[in-house]
Design a protein around this ligand. Structure first.
Ligand code: HEM
Length: 515
């Protein structure tokens, strides 16, 4: 993510006086006289922007934790960022004081990009409550078994696609998560490649993750005048992106939703989240409010769930190349349970603890959303002798939580064994309670669905292929590094991988299961 540099410089000069007035009034608004949580000394007006790694801010925050501890304050262009670095503090504040910590910051870029329908960024109020009710109804843990056959069938299609076109494995992983989400949300059977509905939403997600980071939003919130700069102004690239974002967002909301409505009217709808929710609508409600909420929650599922889950799978593949001994141990476990004569299904899950540990480790090793989605405080609070003002941005540093040296050693290494207790049992916490999914009332409602289909893909790939470094034309292995994109959500930069069939029998099983 690049801030448009000249744009920021103009803005800084033009708005300095205004900001100082805001800064000063905020300082005077602390009635308790208590200090803010500790943090690096901010510069006047700019705050800590010059100390912060704007591409990977989680690395700066995790580094600062060594000096300032589990709760810190950073200032960025006039806003307080309260950074939570440990699960303990996240539980005490975001879970136990959820009435204060469940709002989202007003992100100026949200409306500008047409994203204000989206549950993820919805303010803590009546619309958000209705969305969460719908999510709970459609994605609660009890609904997971209903979709297991779908997950397995899609996992086998994924294997087949990799057999056919191994170099395109990233597209196949994305196709896997996209097709599951389109099926469970709309009952829509997406084409494996270049599906128009999927393409539109993928583009919207790309805009969202690259442009709407909290740090970038802070620039716009601090300098609201920038929103009024016309799209053609030199350096105002984001305005042009915003215009495009608004058009895309309308398309992403409407097209698949009316696909379900038309099918319902024609009596051809396949059961799905949207068809279920439409059948629950209160007939007496003529306001259209419920229908609007269904449309918005459904569009959110793809935005929140498709790329995030595909990124976890890409990290898993990367780890298998970098840690071949882990892969070998998992395959030995799978072979001992399945005997090479069938493909894994959900009945095998409890018998495959090492595969389970690989899933947990992939989530920990490279958390897809390293700083979660920012929360905001809806009133003043005091914690551990520190003042936390109303309207602070609260950043949950998930990256640091997975790298807590009191809990884990060799934090940067991929070690599934760390998820076992000293007596060799898998640690009791289920994947769905992992900090990677956030905390409190805004915790990810897609976590049960996501961990379930991600498991199906990991177990199926390990049963069928040996993953190895690809070779160049001279037969030399191509080196692979753990390099990631940046933004709100991260994913590995594409790397080559060889998918070697583990046996003809397994390949026949895959082909046979899809006939
Ligand atoms: C590996 C996959 C996923 C990861 C790592 C992930 C992570 C997260 C995180 C960190 C949050 C913010 C929680 C907070 O504010 O404290 C979140 C929110 C959310 N996630 Fe997920 N998620 C994943 C998959 C999914 C899926 C598959 C869906 C939908 C089926 C989904 C739907 C949502 C929604 C709707 C929210 C917003 C909740 C709210 O603001 O009230 N996510 N997710």
């Amino acid at each position: 993510m690049m801030l448009d540099q000249p744009f920021v410089v103009i803005a800084v000069i033009a708005s300095a006086t205004l900001l100082y007035a805001r800064y000063d009034s905020k300082r005077r608004a602390n009635p308790s006289g208590l200090p803010l949580p500790p943090g690096p000394r901010p510069l006047p007006f700019l705050g800590n922007i010059l100390n912060l790694n704007l591409f990977e801010p989680w690395l700066s925050y995790t580094q600062w934790r060594k000096t300032y501890g589990d709760i810190m304050c950073s200032r960025l262009l006039g806003q307080n960022f309260i950074i939570i670095n440990s699960q303990k503090v996240a539980k005490e504040l975001v879970e136990q004081r959820s009435t204060i910590y469940s709002d989202r910051p007003v992100i100026a870029t949200n409306k500008l990009f047409g994203m204000d329908f989206n549950t993820v960024l919805q303010p803590y109020g009546a619309v958000w409550r209705l969305h969460r009710k719908l999510f709970h109804y459609a994605l609660r843990p009890e609904t997971v078994p209903r979709y297991r056959e779908l997950y397995l069938q899609k996992a086998r299609t994924l294997l087949l696609n990799i057999f056919e076109e191994p170099t395109e494995y990233v597209a196949h992983l994305k196709g896997f998560t996209a097709s599951i989400i389109m099926a469970l949300t709309y009952g829509y059977d997406a084409k494996p490649r270049d599906d128009p509905m999927v393409k539109a939403v993928e583009e919207l997600v790309a805009l969202l993750t690259n442009v709407l980071t909290a740090e970038r939003a802070a620039v716009l919130t601090a300098f609201p005048a920038l929103e009024r700069i016309p799209a053609w102004f030199p350096g105002a690239r984001f305005k042009r992106q915003a215009l495009y974002g608004r058009k895309l967002a309308a398309r992403v909301n409407d097209v698949p939703f009316y696909f379900v409505k038309d099918n319902l009217a024609a009596g051809t709808a396949v059961p799905s989240m949207v068809s279920d929710l439409l059948s629950q609508i209160d007939e007496k409600d003529n306001s259209g409010e419920q229908e609007q909420a269904i449309k918005a929650t459904a569009a959110t599922v793809f935005i929140a769930g498709a790329e995030t889950s595909a990124s976890t799978l890409q990290s898993f593949i990367l780890a298998m190349l970098l840690y071949p001994e882990v892969q070998a141990r998992a395959q030995a476990e799978i072979d001992s349970v399945l005997g090479g004569s069938r493909l894994p299904d959900f009945n095998d899950r409890l018998s495959l603890p090492y595969v389970e540990a690989i899933l947990r480790e992939a989530l920990r090793w490279r958390p897809v959303v390293p700083l979660g989605i920012p929360h905001a405080t809806s009133s003043d609070d005091v914690y551990d002798g520190y003042f936390i003002p109303k309207g602070s941005l609260v950043i949950i540093n998930i990256w640091a939580m997975g790298r807590d040296e009191n809990k884990y050693s060799d934090v940067d290494e991929f070690i599934p064994e760390r998820h076992f207790t000293s007596d060799g049992q898998l640690a009791p916490e289920p994947v769905s309670s992992n900090p990677i999914f956030g905390f409190g009332r805004r915790q990810c409602p897609g976590r049960f669905v996501s961990e379930s289909f991600t498991w199906a893909a990991i177990a199926s790939i390990l049963a069928t292929f040996r993953l190895a470094k690809a070779k160049d034309e001279q037969g030399k292995e191509i080196d692979v590094k753990a390099e990631y994109t940046t933004g709100l959500a991260i994913q590995p930069v594409k790397f080559p991988c060889a998918f070697i069939s583990r046996s003809a029998e397994r390949e026949n099983l895959v082909r046979g299961s899809l006939q």
